[in-house]
Design a protein around this ligand. Sequence first.
Ligand code: ADE
Length: 231
Amino acid sequence: MLGIIGAMSEEVASLKDRMDKVSIYRAAGMEFYQGSLLGRDVVIVRSGIGKVNAAICSQILADRYHVTGIINTGIAGSLRNEINIGDIVLSSDALQHDMDATGFGYPVGVIPQMDCSVFQGDERMIEAAKKCCGETIPEIGVHVGRVVSGDQFVSDKAKKAWLTETFGGYCTEMEGAAIAQAAYLNGIPFLIIRAISDKADDSAIVSYEEFEAKAIEHSVKLVMALVEKLD
Ligand code: ADE
């Protein structure tokens, strides 16, 4: 069983529409749609925005459904010039940029008393997703790199520069690393798939509003192709 998480209803609506044999379970203010997507067993859920919602959602996927993989689909702000609006970023790994125990001598982004703060995306899922991009949406740029997450919509070029320089991030969003951490703690492979809606700079809010729908379309297309490919 594969878990598919989107933060916002727009990010999962068209995936849910394509499901068969659906049963719905409600918990923690979320609706878990279990059923079949392109013949595969899946649970699709809108987590809500931010790391806490994303972590709770992931834990329910682990405990109730014993998912064997988690895909996080959605949109993100680009942190690099070469990553354009509409492009896809696949998570090589993910970390939380707003984890800050520097006062105790930890580097920013490091979670105190954990053996890991940078969570590795699943190689097999990354490779499969890359292939799907080439086959399904060849006109779109695909980048494999670090997703940096925090409870913050980044729309400021100084903050963007800090994220790029400090963490080597490829894109920023508000859930991925929380899902990654929950997946790591439960021994579940994960992949974050994000389509770029904005450049996470001073133009981000206007750009987000303009390109949100198009970006979601790209990530949904890729998730569909990937679900079909993964066994
Ligand atoms: N999701 C889409 N764009 C984003 C941004 N600039 N910051 C955080 N989350 C986002």
